[in-house]
Design a binder for this molecule. Structure first.
Ligand code: PEP
Ligand code: MG
Length: 587
């Protein structure tokens, strides 16, 4: 490393996921990142075309290699999709138009290729034919790869890091973070983002540090730079000196021994010192994650974010494919419960290449999202509902609707569910007749009308990630206002208390499945407010269980009661932090 040559620089951002990482940086180039534009001198134009040809050849080799691997490891059918990718590279129109654009403008070949390929992607995604629309996704993927090759970044795509790397990106979308190479990412650092942006949820689930809101770090670093990412204080230290490395090395050692103690005590039940058993469930995004949920002794799956089956594909998974995924989770967790949440597409979770279904919106988080999308796309919704119903005989499945804003919406969803039940019944397909239906409470109007909603469902799960953004009018992925996103705002506490009280009045259990539940600093507050169970990223179960086992419920209730009398979010946070620190000792 060359830290002796370059000066140490500390850059501050927002601490989003705890931990310390040290390693080399990979700067992630996004699909919609601005491709550098410049003029190519006339005498270098032949070389520029040759450069383009080479990038196409390299791309072809890479795709053929992936195709062979998929064929060997998964099967010929799945490998077949890469034939479509290879065909894109043979496309006379795309290649020819790029060259013509280059000859006409003299702009660098990346700029020309980006312009032409984007035009094609747009045209394909607007065609009223499903097969051709899917080609838009293929085209986008291949174009991205060609651009990465032209820009010399091919071996370090987000899903295939060349080695252990700190990923520095402008922004990472949910579909991109779903493909993150989990074996090699040491830390995530983003110019934008906030604590509940999906990439951070992924970082927390991996227990790797994340620092967001770095503004323009991507422009200040290059691939291979060495850095420390401090996810506790929210700083990135570029070219750390020997003494800084020594200091952080000590912190890492202490953390390692604390983690070992956490894992040790995770074998014990989640019982407070005054004998209250707390239910701790797991949030998952993919069926494979049940393995982690079980390894960390979750009491069930409190949130299965099914939309991740749909992202990164221009095609909707079939009813059968969905059934297989839901069934595998239900069976793996049985007899413990699995709460399957219906599609929460929209907002920042968009399906690649389906701009026909998700047109660009000015305020996507306030827009065509989740249940709103499902109620308008009933065929898609019904396929999912039937798949969940069919999986319900393979374990203890519960169904949950996201983004419910009021009773009428819940009633409409339930009518569609009743139609699906009738359909299966008529066909003699078995399902659990007693399937419990719950809703996410994540829109203020749902919280306010909790008493009405409680009449038509069996449980509530509070999605604090969204509830806080809507209550405080703070876009959860906007780094400029991320410091105003305060889970301990009195409005949040009052809303939580109101929902808990209304639910309990109707004998409904309430869970919290937002990121607050997986933070051991907030968990006592939530339990003290009367929340019955918490659902969190599996990797955080040991930490939350640790605090549960080292506190009394009486103290947690006193903490919540005191917090309810305070006006300052920072002061309330300080009380929660002091509660946590006085019960946990890292040494
Ligand atoms: C939430 O909003 O708190 C939640 C759990 O849902 P998501 O993060 O998937 O929007
Ligand atoms: Mg939500």
């Amino acid at each position: 490393m060359d830290s002796g040559v370059k000066n140490e620089i500390t850059v501050a951002g927002i601490a989003a996921s705890q931990g310390i990482a040290y390693g080399q940086i990979f700067v992630y180039l996004q699909s919609d990142v601005e491709v550098p534009g410049y003029q190519v001198e006339p005498e270098k134009r032949i070389d520029e075309v040759a450069r383009f040809d080479r990038a196409l050849v390299v791309t072809r080799q890479q795709i053929s290699k992936i195709k062979n691997e998929v064929e060997k490891n998964i099967g010929p059918e799945e490998a077949g999709i890469f034939d479509a990718h290879l065909m894109v590279l043979e496309d006379e129109a795309l290649i020819g138009e790029t060259i013509r654009e280059f000859e006409a403008t003299g702009s660098n070949i990346e700029t020309c290729f980006h312009k032409i390929s984007s035009r094609y992607v747009q045209a394909f995604s607007e065609i009223d034919d499903e097969y051709l629309r899917e080609r838009a996704g293929d085209l986008r993927d291949v174009a991205q790869r060609v651009l990465q090759n032209l820009l010399g970044q091919a071996e370090n795509a987000l899903s295939r890091l060349a080695d252990q790397r700190i990923v520095v990106a402008g922004e990472i979308t949910p579909s991109e973070s779903a493909t993150l190479d989990r074996s090699a990412a040491l830390a995530l650092v983003m110019d934008s983002g906030s604590k509940t942006s999906h990439a951070v949820i992924v970082a927390r689930s991996m227990k790797i540090p994340a620092v967001v809101g770095m503004r323009n770090l991507t422009q200040r670093v290059t691939n291979g730079d060495w850095a420390i990412v401090d996810g506790y204080d929210g700083v990135v230290i570029l070219n750390p000196s020997e003494s800084t490395l020594f200091r952080y090395g000590q912190i890492q050692e202490r953390k390692k021994s604390f983690e070992a103690r956490l894992l040790e005590s995770n074998r014990q039940p989640a019982v407070t010192l005054d004998g209250h058993r707390v239910t701790l469930m797991a949030n998952i995004e993919k069926a494979e994650e049940v393995v982690k949920a079980k390894a960390f002794a979750a009491d069930g799956i409190g949130l299965y974010r099914t939309e991740f089956l749909f992202l990164n594909s221009a095609r909707f998974p079939t009813e059968q494919e969905q059934f297989v995924a839901y069934k595998s989770v239900a069976e793996a967790m049985a007899p413990l419960p699995v709460i399957i949440r219906t599609l929460d597409l929209g907002g920042d979770k968009l399906m690649a290449g389906r701009s026909d279904l998700f047109p660009k919106e000015t305020n996507p988080f306030m827009g065509f999202r989740a249940i709103r999308f499902c109620l308008e796309n009933q065929d898609i919704f019904k396929e999912q509902l039937r798949a969940i119903l069919m999986a319900s005989v393979h374990g203890k499945v519960k169904l949950m609707y996201p983004m419910i804003s009021g009773s009428e919406e819940l009633a409409r969803a339930n009518v569609i569910l009743a139609e699906c039940r009738a359909d299966l019944r008529a066909r003699g397909v078995p399902f659990d007749e007693a399937l419990e239906i719950g809703i996410m409470i994540e829109i203020p109007s749902a919280a306010t009308t909790a008493d009405l909603l409680a009449k038509d469902c069996s449980f509530f799960s509070i999605g604090t990630n969204d509830l806080i953004q809507y209550l405080l009018a703070i876009d959860r992925v906007n780094d400029r206002i991320a410091h105003l996103y305060e889970p301990t705002h009195p409005a949040v506490l009052r809303t939580l208390r109101h929902v808990v009280d209304e639910a309990h009045r109707c004998n409904l259990p309430v869970s919290v499945c937002g990121e607050m539940a997986g933070d051991p600093v907030y968990a006592p507050l939530l339990l003290g407010l009367g929340v019955d169970s918490l659902s969190l990223s599996p990797a955080w179960l040991p930490s939350v269980k640790y605090i549960v086992r080292n506190m009394t419920m009486a103290d947690a209730r006193a903490l919540a009661a005191e917090a309810m009398t305070l006006t300052s979010p920072k002061e309330i946070y300080a009380r929660c932090d002091a509660f946590f620190r006085s019960r946990v000792h890292m040494e």
